[in-house]
Design a protein around this ligand. Structure first.
Ligand code: ATP
Length: 873
């Protein structure tokens, strides 16, 4: 444990006012690792701590004369009996200028605190259900066991765009004449007719009714807490930024409502108790709680936890714009128990400026903000680097101070609960210093009013008018929350006395404006992508190994594993599940890597290894989709496992051995029976299968035979065709020869002059020559005549000139008989008209048409053929 003075010195750093933006760079922390230290027991509302002194102490303080570590000012303030009788509301001045005496213990506590975040390894100060269980403070009043979540609708916590500010009014008790008709049950207040003078309320008839989410009376703080704060504290634990503040005129009961007394602990102690209660009932997560406490006094911010502020006047600087508001230097302290929270609260309250005013003997002269940063993540799994999931031995403090790191791919959820006690609006006082404070207070409250007014107006009319956040430190600090990213609850405290009607109406009007502001709080989560990828990869490897195992099993010989149909189904389902999970994870890895690559350095969040999903709705959707698929796959796995579970024999674990043996014997018997059934099944099924196979084989054999026969026939036919073709070819050659011989013979015949005298009439000869010359070659060979007598003539090979006339021209001019034949064919319409007839002796040719030979008459041994040389007769 570090105890040296240097180590005790507080290290402070820039702290974002809301967790939506982490500081991009933070100072390096000390290397010392500190452990939590129990603080000196001090009084705390609702706990077993020693009762506070009922002594009433008044203080008149300035910046220089701040309370220097006295016994807790909060405790002192609580010490007042909570009755209106204590409140000097009669206008008599009861101002004290006596500084509050301070106890050395308080100063010591401030200096000795070793829970400064920059000095602590966050992993060593995590709290969870286990260590919170030991906290006696949580169960002392019997309410520690009640669940903060009782009666709360969790789906209601993140209300999205429908969320409005929860606005409640608390009317403090008074023994004076009340000017108000309070209907707490209806949440309404209305000014009684006799007290409308000087107000905008109608003097006659029914006065205006003010409506709120709740109106409370009385001195009990617990019902107020349950009504106005419990659900908001729960929302903070669920990851939403939350702001609860008290607004009202001076001495109306803001501090009483927020801090309370020993007997009536207020919202702050009750909220912290619930925070620890929540942690105790959430064993699946581990938490890191950090507190800071500051005040805004005369438009300057002071750190109420910083020991430096006791000797110097170091102010906390507000920087950043818009939602990214940062406070620096601001001390944050880790709290691990209610006791440590109490210590922090009391130390801060002791440093707060209060003074005796005309209306309140311990009036808050500043706005105070107590903040709890709640970081949480899921408890570690077995694959994390630390087996417990909580502590890494020797792990140095997180660079830049205590920040819970996303480890093993577990995302870190961060939210801030801000509890704000505003200074009260007040009339001018007779004291100069108080008057100046009052002016600052009123100015900042007025700015808050106008900011709220503009926000309400913008929300109601869908406008985006400029909101004057920068006009005061208070509004600038609250900008991220008031802009919508927080759940807000406002408690407006009012004094029902007749002499406070104007202030009460002003407070009620403020409350009405706040009611119209729209919110849209979102959760903030940061995840370490690298760790997530590693986790995915490891899971993929495991799944692949399991898949390979199963596949090997499936491939094992059938005899060694006889599975029922149900088992086979389960098996295949399980393998499908494994496969789909592997695919999913692979896709996730790809998506994450793509996201990392597509993000430029500028768009990267604070740490290069962090990925802020809030900034990328598309990626969030992808994640959501994948998560849904994963859920579906897991649902299938669950079904499959449930089915397997149902199949398991029902036998309690502690059943006697004999029972187990009996069950094993039964199971063995069932297995044997099943084997017999399976064998029989195979046999029975075998015979019909063989029959079917034979039938099919026979059918196909017949078909093959038929095909084979057809092929042989086709081959024979084609051979015959080839043979015929050859024959035809030979015949054609022969015919060509005969034709040539015939042509030679005719030429010779003509040359001898026999043609003119006997066979061809002159009238035919000339036109035939002319016509034939114009015919296409194909027409000139339409028919041929095979003459058996040709051999008897002179050799066709002999030249016509051999025995014929010497004059070749003359020879050429004479139409041959074949040409005549062609011509006749052209003219002839009848089939037989174009026939050439050979004489029986082969010595001459007669034209049937010319010589009137009857068609049927066939002379000689000539064979009549058609164009294709197929014999017609
Ligand atoms: N509901 C209540 N029941 C009993 N006593 C109350 C109640 N409200 C306020 N008081 C008492 O009235 C006195 C003034 O209250 P408190 O200090 O809380 O006012 P405040 O609004 O914080 O004033 P300031 O703005 O000046 O700080 C205290 O003594 C407190 O105990």
């Amino acid at each position: 444990m570090a105890t040296t003075t240097t180590k005790r010195l507080a290290r402070v750093q820039a702290v974002p006012f809301t967790p939506s933006k982490r500081p991009l760079s933070v100072a390096s922390s000390s290397s010392g690792v500190s452990t939590p230290r129990s603080s000196t027991p001090v009084n705390f509302p609702g706990t077993s701590s020693q009762p506070s002194s009922p002594k009433k102490i008044r203080s008149a303080l300035s910046t220089e004369s701040r309370i220097r570590g006295t016994a807790s000012s909060m405790a002192l303030k609580r010490a007042k009996t909570p009755t209106s009788l204590d409140v000097p509301s009669d206008g008599s001045r009861s101002r004290s200028t006596t500084p509050v005496p301070h106890s050395p213990n308080s100063l010591g506590a401030a200096l000795e605190s070793e829970m400064d975040v920059s000095r602590v390894d966050p992993e060593s100060v995590l709290i969870d259900a286990t260590n919170v269980c030991d906290d006696p403070d949580l169960s002392l009043d019997g309410e520690g066991n009640s669940n903060i979540l009782d009666g709360l609708d969790l789906s209601d916590l993140g209300k999205g765009k429908d969320d409005k500010v929860l606005v409640s009014v608390r009317v403090r008790p008074s023994d004076k004449t009340s000017a108000w008709n309070v209907a707490a049950g209806n949440g309404t207040l209305s000014l009684l007719p006799g007290f409308t003078k000087g107000t905008s309320q109608p003097s006659s008839g029914k006065a205006q009714e003010f409506n709120y989410d709740a109106v409370h009376t009385g001195s009990a703080n617990k019902p107020i807490y349950n009504s106005v704060a419990r659900s908001h504290v729960c929302a903070a634990m669920e990851g939403y930024n939350t702001v609860i503040f008290a607004y009202g005129q001076t001495a109306s009961g803001k501090t009483f409502t927020l801090s309370g007394t020993d007997e009536e602990p207020g919202i702050i102690p009750l909220a912290l108790k619930d925070i620890f209660g929540y942690i105790r009932r959430t064993p699946s997560r581990e938490y890191l709680l950090r507190c800071s406490y500051l005040e805004i006094y005369n438009e300057a911010i002071f750190d109420l936890l910083s020991p430096q502020s006791l000797t110097t006047k170091t102010q906390v600087q507000l920087s950043g714009t818009g939602d990214n508001v940062q406070l620096s230097p601001l001390r944050e302290e880790v709290v691990t128990s209610l006791k440590s929270v109490r210590e922090v609260l009391e130390r801060g309250a002791a440093n707060r400026r209060t003074a005796c005013t005309d209306w309140n003997d311990r009036s808050s002269r500043s706005h105070s903000v107590f903040r709890v940063v709640i970081e949480s993540r899921e408890r570690g799994a077995s694959f994390d680097d630390d087996s417990s999931g909580r502590r890494t031995p020797g792990c140095p403090p997180t660079p830049g101070g205590t920040r819970l790191q996303s480890r093993g791919g577990r995302s870190v959820q961060t939210s801030v609960l801000s509890l704000i006690d505003l200074a009260g609006s007040e009339k001018a006082t007779s004291d100069r210093e108080r008057t100046m404070e009052g002016r600052y207070i009123n100015t900042s409250l007025l700015t808050l009013g106008s900011v709220i007014g503009t926000l309400a107006e913008n929300a109601a009319k869908g406008k985006s008018d400029h909101v004057p956040f920068r006009n005061s430190k208070l509004t600038r600090m609250l900008q991220p929350s008031l802009s919508g990213n927080a759940r807000i609850s406002v408690i407006c405290t009012v004094n029902p006395d007749a002499n406070a009607v104007t202030e009460t109406i002003s407070t009620l009007l403020f409350a009405q404006r706040v009611k119209r502001v729209r919110l849209n709080a979102k959760k903030k989560e940061v995840v370490d992508t690298d760790a997530l990828l590693q986790r995915y990869k490891k899971e993929i490897d495991d799944l692949k190994a399991r898949l390979a195992e199963r596949e090997a099993e499936a491939a094992a010989p059938v005899k060694s594993r006889r599975l029922s149909a149900k088992e086979q189904l389960d098996e295949s389902r399980a393998m499908n599940d494994l496969n789909s999970r592997i695919r999913q994870l692979t896709k996730l890895i790809l998506t994450s890597q793509t996201m990392d690559e597509t993000r430029g350095d500028e768009s990267r969040p604070a740490s290069p290894s962090k990925l802020d999903f809030n900034l990328e709705p598309y990626q969030l959707q992808q994640e959501l989709l994948t998560a849904r698929r994963q859920l579906e796959s897991q649902a299938t796995q669950i079904l499959s496992l449930e089915a397997a579970l149902q199949l398991r024999p029902a036998l309690p674990l502690d059943a006697p051995e004999s029972e187990k043996d009996k069950l094993i014997a039964e199971q063995t018997k069932t297995i044997r029976e099943l084997e017999i059934v399976v064998r029989g099944y195979e046999e029975n099924l075998g015979e019909p299968l063989r029959q079917v196979r034979e039938d099919v084989e026979k059918e196909w054999q017949d078909k093959v035979e038929e095909e084979r026969r057809k092929r042989v026939e086709t081959e024979a036919w084609s051979h015959e065709l080839v043979r015929q073709l050859e024959k035809e070819k030979t015949a054609r050659v022969k015919l060509d020869e005969q034709r040539s011989a015939l042509a030679a013979f005719v030429t010779r015949f003509d040359a001898l002059g026999l043609a003119n005298a006997t066979s061809i009439p002159q009238k035919l000869r000339q036109p035939l020559t002319q016509a034939n010359s114009g015919l296409p070659p194909r027409r000139r060979r339409s028919y041929t005549l095979a003459l058996s007598s040709v051999p008897e003539m002179e050799s066709p090979g002999q030249s016509p000139s051999k025995n014929g006339p010497a004059n070749n021209d003359e020879y050429r001019e004479q139409p041959s008989l074949l040409e005549v034949e062609d011509m006749l064919c052209e003219d002839a319409s009848g089939i037989m008209d174009c026939s050439l007839l050979g004489s029986p002796t082969g010595k001459g040719l007669m034209l049937q048409k010319e010589f009137g030979v009857p068609k049927a008459g066939l002379l000689g041994r000539g064979i009549l053929q058609n164009k294709e040389n197929v014999p017609l007769l």
